[in-house]
Write a protein that binds this ligand. Structure first.
Ligand code: ADP
Ligand code: MG
Length: 339
């Protein structure tokens, strides 16, 4: 009925810097629905755990109060149901259905863009629920103000509660997610293999899990243990595509293009912000995406010291959390480097 996925719980959501805030906010909402943050708005790229967190809240509330009416639906489903109700002359039933729930979870609201009637209907549902302090959680693939074709009055209301972003997880978190998943599947995963996979796929947890699933399936099928050799075999096609691509050189080229600076600016001595920031980002990407040591990375950036690289990585990690511009740039660059 509530369409909640039982596997998406807080318990099997791996926490890391990249998702600490949305996870904590979701947990508080689960403990105090309607009063902690209403609405809770979670945004960020594909495969980063938005849907998982939303279900985790729903499941948590249902465990505590089995009678709570928790409705989960995708925004496209909301649109489809509304259209159907209009056709069947049952719009009042439709209105009543979602205005009477205790918790409303609507996923991927970017699909409301351009659908005015649905937005209007949703607007009233939203107001009704908020008035009686029933919890609303929404997700979106980007910052609400940046969704084109969405009414201003909705956008402004989305900001009434708390808006939080999910970021692509850091290497350590990706490895922890893999270990967790392997554990659930009762599969032994060595550090080697986990770090290898974590480095290979870095911008989407769903794809990360997909790769692990392929390795596990291949291991079962061939009745061989999961070694580095087996992993490389299982992911031959992916490797052919990616391993060649992500080199420091390529990262520098991509970053320079993105910021419209020269590749030669990156290893140069220039220290203006317009160069220094992209340089720090390129260093951080090199550490995250390649096997090179800090010393080697420093060398590729004009013979800088490994502590300079370390400092850059820390700085960017911090800015990713505090500066939306940097967070977005980083995410865009990850995307460019992975396709
Ligand atoms: P989104 O809705 O942001 O596109 P999902 O919530 O569907 O992403 O997550 C994609 C997959 O990755 C799901 O199977 C989810 O369980 C898993 N996942 C994402 N983040 C985490 C995490 N931090 N810990 C464990 N699993 C995660
Ligand atoms: Mg989702």
């Amino acid at each position: 009925e509530s369409r909640l996925n039982k596997n998406y719980t807080f318990n099997n959501f791996v926490e890391g810097k990249s998702n600490q805030l949305p996870r904590a906010a979701s947990y508080q909402v689960a403990e105090n629905p309607g009063s902690a943050y209403n609405p809770l708005f979670i945004y960020g790229g594909v495969g980063l755990g938005k849907t998982h967190l939303m279900h985790a809240v729903g499941n948590y509330i249902r465990t505590r109060s089995p009678d709570a009416r928790v409705a989960y639906l995708h925004s496209e489903q909301f649109v489809a149901e509304m259209i159907k109700a209009l056709q069947l002359n049952a719009i009042n039933e439709f209105k009543a259905r979602y205005r009477s729930v205790d918790v409303l979870l609507i996923d991927d609201i970017q699909f409301f863009a351009g659908k005015e009637r649905s937005q209007e209907e949703f607007f009233y549902t939203f107001n009704t629920l908020l008035e009686v302090q029933h919890q609303i959680i929404l997700t979106c693939d980007r910052f609400p103000k940046e969704v084109n074709g969405l009414e201003e009055r909705l956008k402004s209301r989305f900001g009434w509660g708390l808006t939080v972003a999910v970021e692509p997880p850091e290497l350590e978190t990706r490895v922890a997610i893999l270990m967790n998943k392997a554990n659930i599947e009762s599969v032994a995963l060595s550090d080697d293999v986990a770090f290898f996979l974590g480095r290979l796929i870095y911008s989407n947890v769903r794809e990360l899990e997909g790769a692990l699933r392929r390795v596990i399936a291949y291991s079962r099928f061939t009745r061989r243990p999961i070694t580095m050799e087996l992993t490389r075999e299982a992911l031959k096609d992916l490797l052919a595509l990616q391993e060649k691509l992500v080199t420091i050189e390529n990262i520098q080229k991509t970053v320079a293009e993105y910021y419209k600076i020269r590749v030669s600016d990156l290893p140069s001595k220039r220290r203006s912000r317009a160069i220094a920031r992209p340089r720090q980002i390129a260093m951080t990407l090199s550490k995250e995406l390649t096997d090179h040591s800090l010393t080697e990375i420093g060398k590729s950036f004009g013979g800088r010291d490994h502590t300079t690289v370390l400092h850059a990585c820390r700085k960017i990690d911090e800015l990713k959390r505090t500066d939306r511009r940097v967070a977005e740039d980083y995410q865009n660059l990850l995307k460019r480097l992975s396709t």
